[in-house]
Design a protein around this ligand. Structure first.
Ligand code: FMN
Length: 319
C-alpha cells in the first residue's frame, strides 16, 4: 500500500493512543512487525508556543518506520505554522486527528468535533498539505453522533483537499470507546474515496483482522487496545495473512518482553515515571496469566524498577 510515495508492505499498523503508544511501546510493537507507527497526538498550539513537553512527543527511534506525527488543533493557520516550526522533525507522514472524543479536546473544537464542520476539515488538510514536505493523512470516526454519521463525506472532502490516506474508527464521538464498531461505515468510506483506507476498531486477532479487511475492503487496519499487553498481534497477523502458523509466545517470552518494555520506559522517562507507566502495560500483559490479580497487586505496590523486574521475573517461575 502506498501513502503518497511511502510504501507500506504489511497490513497492521499501531493506532495512536495518547499515554500508551509512546516511544517505548512503539519500539516493542516494531519488534513484532507493526506496519507503521504514529506518535501520540500533539497539539498544534503546543508546538507554536514552544512547549518542550509537546516537542518530546515527536521523538522517534530508528526502529519505527514509517512514522507519522499526529497533530490536533482547530485552525488551518495553526496547522500550517506548526508544520513549519517542526521543520527537520517532520517524519514520513503528518496525520491529522479528527477523532479524539476527550472533553478537553472537543470543547476546543478539535479532534472529533471537527467532523461537525466538514468544510473546516478540508481547509485544515489543505493548509497542512500546502506546507508539508510529506504526505498528510487523516484519522476520523464514523461521525459525531448516531444522527450525524458523515465519515464518507468528510473522507471525500479530505481527499479532495489533498489527504493521502484515511483511517476510520467505526464509532461515533458519542459512543466513545463503547458499543459496537460499525464496519459498514468503514466500507462506505472505502467506496467513497480513491485513497487508501485504514480500518480501525476492536481488532484483537488475525481472525477478526481478516474479517474486517474482507468485509470493508479496507487496505490496512490499525490496532490500538488489542496491542496493549499483546504486541504479538502484529506477528500473528503477518504470519497468518502469509498462510503461516502463529505460535503464541511462551511465558518466558512474555516475561522477557515485559522486562524489556519496563526497561525502555525507565530509560526514556526516568525510573519514577517509567515504573508508574509500566504498571498499566504490565497489567495488560498478565491479563490471561494464572494468578493475574495477585501479580497485579504486587506490580502496583512495587516501589522501584529492580523490585518491579523481580516481580516480572517471578511470573515465569510461579505460573
Ligand atoms: C487510551 C487511548 C488513547 C487514544 N489516543 C488517541 C490519539 O492520541 N490519537 C488518535 O487518533 N486516537 C487515539 N485513540 C483512539 C485509537 O487510536 C483507536 O482509534 C481506538 O482505540 C479504536 O481502536 P481499537 O479498538 O483498536 O483500540 C486512543 C484510544 C485510547 C483507548
Amino acid at each position: 500500500m502506498l501513502i503518497g510515495d511511502i510504501n507500506i508492505n504489511k497490513i497492521a499498523a499501531l493506532a495512536p493512543m495518547a499515554g500508551v503508544t509512546d516511544r517505548a511501546f512503539r519500539e516493542i510493537c516494531a519488534l513484532f512487525g507493526a506496519a507503521y507507527f504514529t506518535s501520540e497526538m500533539i497539539s498544534t498550539k503546543g508546538i507554536i508556543y514552544g512547549s518542550q513537553k509537546t516537542f518530546s512527543l515527536s521523538e522517534r527511534s530508528n526502529f519505527e518506520y514509517p512514522f507519522a506525527l499526529q497533530l490536533f488543533g482547530n485552525n488551518p493557520k495553526d496547522f500550517k505554522e506548526a508544520i513549519k516550526i517542526l521543520g527537520d522533525r517532520i517524519p514520513e507522514i503528518i496525520d491529522i486527528n479528527m477523532g479524539c472524543p476527550a472533553m478537553k479536546i472537543v470543547k476546543e473544537n478539535s479532534g472529533s468535533a471537527l467532523m461537525k464542520t466538514p468544510e473546516l476539515c478540508g481547509e485544515i488538510v489543505y493548509a497542512a498539505k500546502s506546507v508539508s514536505p510529506v504526505p498528510v493523512t487523516v484519522k476520523i470516526r464514523s461521525g459525531w453522533s448516531e444522527s450525524m454519521i458523515n465519515a464518507p463525506m468528510v473522507a471525500k472532502i479530505c481527499e479532495q483537499a489533498g489527504a493521502s490516506a484515511i483511517t476510520v474508527h467505526g464509532r461515533t464521538k458519542q459512543q466513545g470507546y463503547s458499543g459496537i464498531c460499525n464496519q459498514e461505515i468503514i466500507k462506505s468510506v472505502k467506496e467513497a474515496v480513491n485513497i487508501p483506507v485504514i480500518g480501525n476498531g476492536d481488532i484483537t486477532s488475525a481472525r477478526n483482522c481478516a474479517d474486517m479487511m474482507h468485509f470493508t475492503k479496507c487496505d490496512m487496519v490499525a490496532i490500538g487496545r488489542g496491542a496493549m499487553g499483546n504486541p504479538w498481534i502484529f506477528s500473528e497477523i503477518n504470519l497468518v495473512s502469509a498462510g503461516e502458523r502463529f505460535i503464541p509466545p511462551s511465558i518466558n517470552e512474555r516475561v522477557d518482553i515485559m522486562k524489556l518494555h519496563t526497561e525502555k520506559l525507565c530509560e526514556y522517562k526516568g525510573e519514577n515515571r517509567g515504573i508508574t507507566e509500566a504498571r498499566k502495560h504490565l497489567s495488560c500483559y498478565v491479563k490471561d496469566i494464572k494468578n493475574a490479580s495477585d501479580i497485579r497487586r504486587k506490580i502496583f505496590s512495587s516501589k522501584s524498577k529492580s523490585e518491579l523486574l523481580e516481580i516480572i521475573q517471578s511470573i515465569s517461575q510461579n505460573v
